[in-house]
Design a protein. Structure first.
Length: 389
């Protein structure tokens, strides 16, 4: 099948991690034999009044990619100038079609602005349109009266909406009551099962090793709560005869503050800074448990990566995390010190089947599994379209 894959969130040379999970979806779709072309329109803050750069290449997975970058000191102006964005994308897609690529499906990622543009393109070229949604702040966006009307129409006109979690599906339904359950099919994010894979752990009866991964940044409204598990681990350490070690993976301006807190609490912690995926996997594979405290999670990719390594998880009972964690692979905690201490006690006393934890998540979220799920959906709507013609 020919898949036109649209996104305004996508990695670039200047920002290689922006929308990386969307690129992993493109890889998954390509990996099962689909002919996919990515068209990404990225708007970035720049020194120019307006500068538009176009490039075409095959990425490391062999996915044909057309990347359009708009650089401007007026980034916010162009971000909301959706008709102008559509003109640029339409021109690129029209050139693509004239060169011989006729899309069977248009697959947009994130409602604003790719989902809206994808809806217009699908109407223009009379092909099915599906929208994958990753945006945790969709409810805030839908409160904007002008743009939310376009977004609502795009959702309603789409053949299906593919949120990455049930939690996000419910957010969209709450924001747009006119949508019905039949519009939705949940497909999670891809987890790199080649990098994050099960390895036997070296057990030390006198030590417990925890790993935490995030961008440790100071924010007005924090989405990560490392203080709560640092406090809980320090108290729990006094109640157990074992030595607690904590590996903190990731960077950010909050690290000096967290280092001081660990020292004050008598908790031995190692801060790695930003490291490669392979190095992250190594930390997860050698840790006894993964620990993650947050206020919201639209999917929880680091939790899924931990499970793929066969590492049980203790995390906050928020967002989409209950869709990943149950009694067989970890513990969910309310964000109170008391509940986290109780959770740590339950976690460390439970005997988990580590290889089974890894196998179960691999069956759901590997590249091949996600690629097949998307292909099945494409086939479903193409068959329906052909029957109705």
């Amino acid at each position: 099948m020919n898949i036109l894959f649209l996104s305004s969130w996508y990695p670039s040379k200047k920002n290689p991690n922006f929308g990386i999970f969307i690129k992993e979806h493109a890889h998954a779709i390509h990996s099962v034999g689909n002919n996919i072309v990515v068209v990404s329109l990225i708007i970035m803050k720049g020194k120019h009044v307006f500068k538009c750069l176009n490039s075409e290449f095959k990425d490391e997975y062999g996915v044909r990619t057309i990347q359009i970058e708009i650089n401007s000191i007026f980034k916010d102006f162009f971000y909301y100038l959706i008709f102008f964005q559509y003109f640029i994308v339409f021109r690129a897609v029209n050139t693509l079609i004239k060169s011989g690529f006729k899309p069977d499906i248009i697959h947009s990622n994130v409602i604003f602005s790719a989902g809206i543009m994808g809806s217009w393109l699908a109407g223009r070229f009379n092909v099915p349109h599906v929208i994958t949604e990753h945006w945790s702040r969709i409810d805030n966006f839908m409160s904007k009266p002008f743009f939310s009307g376009w977004a609502k129409n795009a959702y309603l006109r789409s053949d299906t909406i593919l949120p990455v979690s049930i939690f996000l599906k419910n957010k969209i339904l709450n924001a747009i009551p006119a949508l019905k359950e039949k519009y939705f099919q949940v497909i999670g994010n891809v987890v790199d099962s080649d990098t994050f894979k099960f390895m036997e752990k070296d057990k030390n009866s006198n030590e417990i090793h925890f790993c935490a991964i995030a961008t440790w940044a100071n924010k007005k409204q924090p989405d990560k709560l490392p203080e709560i598990f640092i406090d809980a681990l320090s108290i729990f350490q006094k109640d157990t005869e074992k030595k607690i070690f904590l590996y903190m993976v990731g960077g950010g301006d909050k690290i000096p503050e967290l280092k001081r807190l660990c020292i004050d609490k008598g908790l031995e912690a190692h801060f790695s800074g930003y490291i490669s995926k392979t190095e992250i996997a190594s930390y997860l594979q050698k840790s006894d448990f993964f620990i993650h405290a947050s206020t919201i999670e639209t999917f929880g990719i680091v939790v899924a990566e931990s499970l793929l390594c066969g590492t049980p998880v203790i995390c906050s009972n928020v967002g989409a995390l209950p869709e990943l964690i149950d009694d067989s692979n970890g513990v969910l905690c309310n964000n109170t010190i008391e509940d986290w201490i109780t959770g740590l006690s339950v976690l460390t006393k439970t005997e988990y089947h580590l290889h089974l934890i890894s196998d179960q998540i691999k069956g759901k979220l590997s590249v091949q599994s996600i690629g097949k799920q998307y292909t099945d959906i494409y086939s479903q709507f193409l068959l329906r379209r052909n029957i109705n013609m």
